[in-house]
Design a binder for this molecule. Sequence first.
Ligand code: GTP
Ligand code: SPV
Ligand code: MN
Length: 653
Amino acid sequence: MLRILQRIPIINSSPLHHHLISQPSSQSLRLIRQLHSLKLLKGDTARLPASLKTFIEENARLCQPDNIHICDGSEAENETMLASMQAAGTISPLPKYDNCWLARTNPADVARVESRTFICTEKREDAVCTPAEGVTGMLGNWISPVDYESSIMKRFPGSMRGRTMYVIPFSMGPIGSPLSKIGVELTDSQYVACSMRIMTRMGSAVLNEIVDKDVDFIKCLHSVGTPESGKVEMESWPCDPQRTIILHKPDTNEIVSYGSAYGGNALLGKKCFALRIGSTIARREGWLAEHMLILAITAPNGTKRYIAAAFPSACGKTNLAMMKPTLPGFKVECVGDDIAWMKFDANGNLRAINPEYGFFGVAPGTSEATNPNAMATIHKNTMFTNVAATSDGGIFWEGLEGDLKPDITVTDWLGKPWSPASTTKAAHPNSRFCTPITNCPVMDSQWEHPDGVPITAILFGGRRPEGVPLVYEAFDWKHGVMLGSAMRSEATAAAEHKGKVIMHDPMAMRPFFGYNFGKYLEHWLSMEKRCEKLGGKMPKVFHVNWFRKDAGGKFLWPGFGENSRVLDWIIKRIDGENCFQQTPIGNIPSENSINLNGLNTAVDMKELFSIDRDFWLKETEDIQKFYNDQVGQDLPCEIQNELNGLKERVGKM
Ligand code: GTP
Ligand code: SPV
Ligand code: MN
């Protein structure tokens, strides 16, 4: 047995390999035989550095694909994959637009699966906080190295049988930027390969970086899998929802994902790499990897500011990132809509890049009225997933009712006839468009600048129907970090949660922490000293809430382009204008300092900014309970001090 194994060229030894060596079985024998018959469908392995070659070989041996295809990212390659997916019924063309496609997933595979997402470290406390006795931790899941290996071995052997393994070299961030990082994803899904080509810089140029510079890459393994029964439920969308698992091993920069082809579960550059693994690298290297949009706003006087904003999933990042300001003379340009990697430069300016190359945006609610720039982006080279289709070859979802012509019929995301009279939704609430950033008409000229853009303000915000004002400013950095840590929001469709409960979602990162949240807060706090040493100035921190409702359940604030009025106030504060009044929770705009000129809906500004003592007493209690239950001894004392201060100020109201 061992002799057979030794004949296989193994240059590097990884845990997967050890597993094969240490537990020889008839199964591993089969794996080995399989490797010898593997065909390389496309690509040249001779030039690959040993580390990459080994990574591909070991996983091919494990997953037993029929073929291996090293992606070059070319147009021709993309067309071939699209045609093959069309033939398989995975996607259908949308002839109303230019090279746009509709994918329908297995209805069991429509969102991220947070409960099946794990961080693997030797010690549990490196990955997650220690919750209070009897409390289930909600700030990530830990898995031991032993269970990590066995989870893989229970799922991956032979998981790619009958399929091709695509090797996807990709860069998060502009190729060659000092802020960028490279990954290689192995996947048996053409849908994932085509989507990665949209979402990241993918193909030969990245492979060349790996070959020429022998740079380290993040190892990403993905398989849609096959159910244990061996029976694929929906041939056009193979997956294994029963056994889906998403694993991360920060110590070795490894990501392993099985069973789902949807979004953050499968496009591994996004949440798995850029946030979970990214945040652990960022901590080691002294920077921040965050669930944030990045925008540029230019005021009528010509000054341009860059702002980053952390809102939980489906809480308005894409909308704000490319908004069309209603306030005359203002211009908003987009740098990114979901993820920011931010690092201080030599002068202490916090510089941000968007590591992505595409938008994976929430479809429902997107319309000419809410986000005209997104509408202008998505009619070319776009992959739509789980939206509804129209009889004239177009797309439809909730929010586009106004565009429906009477002679047009609609097919819902499940493929069934749908009409406005239907009681079900036409599009899945987490249906999405996957579209190239370069289509967006309002990208900032600096969006690909290798050094990033200088961030002057950081916004936190969630869906808070009650009690939380439209905007308030943190007193200082520490207070700002506490604000972020105490963030809460209504649950959304982007994950598997049910109902409209208000959930804690600290820093909008709850599903995306790569390490212990208490240590993450410590890292955030430490940014101030780092900046000071370099002689820089920290960004100002604000909390925003577009989603406050009146007693009748109507939004108090019109939102979308009108949010430019809030950005205008924020800029005035960055410039040091005395346009605020202090309250126990932070600084809110002084009367009339939010520019309402030309606003054509009546807004009850009093109610929008009201701060109710009882509400905030309860809020501080809830935050304390969250800290006690979920963070425990990992909570930095500075953060507890900040909460004590808030409690005291609210108590004195
Ligand atoms: P992820 O991609 O999941 O991280 O979400 P996101 O934060 O980018 O959310 P997105 O911008 O796609 O917005 C999600 C939903 O919020 C859509 O239905 C929007 O119409 C709605 N929305 C966005 N901005 C506003 C706003 O200012 N007011 C209101 N009322 N709704 C908004
Ligand atoms: C989110 O849920 O925050 C998203 C979508 O951006 S996904 O990529 O599926 O995580
Ligand atoms: Mn997101």
